[in-house]
Design a protein around this ligand. Sequence first.
Ligand SMILES: Nc1ncnc2c1ncn2[C@@H]1O[C@H](COP(=O)(O)OP(=O)(O)OP(=O)(O)O)[C@@H](O)[C@H]1O
Length: 218
Amino acid sequence: MLHLDSLTYGYDSARPVLDIAAFHLPIGQHALLLGPSGSGKSTLLHLLAGILAPQAGRLEVAGTSLPSLTPRQRDSWRGRAIGLLPQQLALVPSLNVLDNVLLPAYASDQRPDPARAASLLGQLGLADKLDAYPYALSGGQRQRAAIARAVVMRPQLILADEPTANLDDDACATVVHLLARQAAQAGASLVIASHDARVLAALPNAAVLRLPRARGAA
Ligand SMILES: Nc1ncnc2c1ncn2[C@@H]1O[C@H](COP(=O)(O)OP(=O)(O)OP(=O)(O)O)[C@@H](O)[C@H]1O
């Protein structure tokens, strides 16, 4: 599913943020990117999603070598292959919950499937919130809507950025298990970036990639 070798990335070419010798993840397995703040977890998720392009090294995701794609090809590939659960959930305030979940289809020119979106929202306990707007949801409900949006297109890989930040222990375990279950149902692998050790306890079989503290960081 993932093949990373000699992968480097820096926002400024003089100072690499990431330098990964090797990391390989078999299909269907889950991975945790662990590391302190500033170690490059979000940067790596953006590389895996094809939002950023590496400066050097091998980066293969679900059989596609990302460095060989143009930015436009990466955008189209992302729409088909990747489900993203960003740190700031990024629900669109002017769209109701159902339309927020259908957004990845509109964004990638694919046919929206409202029945599937509604069914996912039902599984996530939001059956009565399809017409609600994000402002009228609790934080946990917004997060579940964002999980539905991340899996609705049956992506090969789901990328979740700090999904448990600010959650208590019970809610933390619930969110990790929801993500893992939805990934399994969609036939997807799951990569969670986190500095929260509780995520490891909730997903004990995941492969772990630990990113070192950034050089020069306190
Ligand atoms: N767009 C950007 N331009 C320049 N530098 C950036 C940019 N985004 C991140 N950085 C820098 O890259 C480094 C890694 O940031 P990143 O957000 O990937 O870390 P992180 O491990 O996800 O941190 P956190 O746990 O705090 O979210 C940091 O030093 C950050 O300041």
